[in-house]
Design a binder for this molecule. Structure first.
Ligand code: SF4
Length: 334
């Protein structure tokens, strides 16, 4: 039996709120499941929102949070692309690495079994593309199998520094599915100095060689550059250099440096400023790949079921944007 007067409580407390405001309503000592069902049904009938059940209370919002995520361009909707950190160790130790990767970083591999489950749940969640990143994925002995699992289910992009394409790793690369796999290789400048200054001596030359290997093998190659704020004037000449390597303009990604990981400066990125990109690591689900080693953007430690993780990101995004919109209305100064 539900607490007597529960519905009256709901009416009184919610009707006293401004639209978008929230209030807690005690559920009392009655049958908990029935009380929760009663509150959920009342919210549905009256156009209000049950935000959560916390302890012995229901948290309600007057009105419903608008589904802002649903209005985004389809390829920006959270969960359309799924990022997976395959591992965190790397052969390089770049001085602005957002994932704090290096040869000394713990591997924290996602592993075959988890990736298999992720891939199959991703298909049922209408994910359209998988993006595998690290760390350096080619350090993993089973990278060929991981990529095969992924490309068998969905178009896949694999992020790499492109420096390890020789010996058995080149053989593994040559067996990957060219039709379903694109490679995204990091290269930060048109000449060696700037790239090597952040990524280590000799790394530019090996990355350019890696781009050439990947293109010779017949892969679509994207090149992604990280540009510190004092080098934005180089954008045009860098595009010219990438043109000369045969990289299509739509495959030239130039992004600002983020103040995340080991970077000591860069653009500040918060939950409020980022459109989320659901990101899975061995440690849990994160808001965005740039913050996959940061507790402030950890969404949940529960990776499975994947649909719950995606829904949670979606829900929080709507809530954050609705809160910002409500705050903006209150702070009109004239
Ligand atoms: S930025 Fe990329 S290549 Fe550099 S340490 Fe991090 S993961 Fe490795």
């Amino acid at each position: 039996m539900v607490k007597p007067g529960l519905v009256l409580d709901l009416v009184e407390r919610v009707s006293g709120l401004a639209r978008g405001g929230t209030v807690s309503v005690p559920l009392g000592s009655g049958d908990r499941e029935e009380s929760e069902r009663t509150v959920a049904a009342w919210c549905l009938r009256t156009g209000n929102e049950l935000v959560e059940i916390r302890g012995g209370e229901a948290v309600l919002r007057r009105g419903r949070t608008p589904d802002i995520a649903a209005d985004l361009a389809p390829d920006l909707t959270p969960g359309t692309r799924l990022w997976v950190y395959t591992n965190f160790d790397c052969n390089l130790a770049c001085d602005y690495c957002c994932a704090r990767s290096s040869p000394r970083a713990e591997r924290r591999a996602i592993g075959r079994d988890r990736l298999q489950q992720l891939v199959s749940e991703a298909v049922s969640c209408s994910v359209r593309e998988l993006i595998l990143t690290g760390g350096e994925p080619f350090l993993l002995p089973d990278i060929e199998e991981l990529v095969a699992l992924s490309t068998a289910a969905l178009p896949t992009t694999l992020l790499t520094n492109g420096m390890l394409f020789h010996g058995r790793r080149r053989d593994a690369l040559s067996r990957m599915d060219r039709d379903r796999l694109a490679l995204q290789i990091s290269l930060d400048s048109a000449t060696a100095d700037e790239h090597d200054r952040h990524r280590g001596a000799g790394s530019w030359k090996r990355a350019v060689a890696g781009i050439e290997v990947a293109r010779d093998e017949g892969f679509r190659v994207r090149v992604a550059a990280t540009l510190p704020p004092d080098r934005t004037h180089e954008v045009d000449s860098f595009h010219g250099f990438l043109d000369s390597l045969g990289i299509a303009r739509e495959d030239q990604v130039i992004r600002a440096m983020a103040h995340r990981g080991v970077a000591d400066h860069g653009v500040e990125l918060t939950l409020e400023s980022l459109i989320p990109e659901v990101t899975i690591t061995a440690d849990g689900v994160y808001w965005h790949p740039v913050s996959a080693d940061h507790e402030d953007q950890l969404v949940t430690r529960q990776i499975f079921p994947l649909h719950s993780a995606i829904s949670e990101v979606h829900r929080r995004f709507n809530e954050i944007r609705a809160r910002s919109a409500a705050a903006a209305q209150w702070f009109a100064c004239a």
